[in-house]
Design a protein around this ligand. Structure first.
Ligand SMILES: [Zn+2]
Length: 80
């Protein structure tokens, strides 16, 4: 299982979207239990999502900005 696929699914789960075909919540947890990189990624994504959630007005679903921020977390777009 590639980390990129896991992170796509984690992002979807954070956004309250359906997981990609073939992936389940249990599958994600199993990967996270053995992959510190993805655990850290999820923690950062969660923190970002929580910050956006506080800033956004209730009922306003602006997921485009969430996607943009999550994209910055993906490998290759930024050092470190
Ligand atoms: Zn991973």
């Amino acid at each position: 299982m590639h980390c990129a696929r896991i992170r796509t699914a984690l992002s979807a789960r954070l956004d309250g979207e359906e997981l990609p075909p073939g992936l389940t919540g249990r599958r994600l947890e199993e990967h996270l239990s053995g992959c510190a990189d993805c655990r850290e990624w999820q923690a950062r994504a969660r923190a970002l999502a929580a910050g956006i959630g506080r800033a956004a007005a209730p009922g306003e679903g602006d997921t485009a900005s969430v996607d943009a921020l999550l994209a910055r977390l993906r490998p290759g777009s930024a050092p470190g």
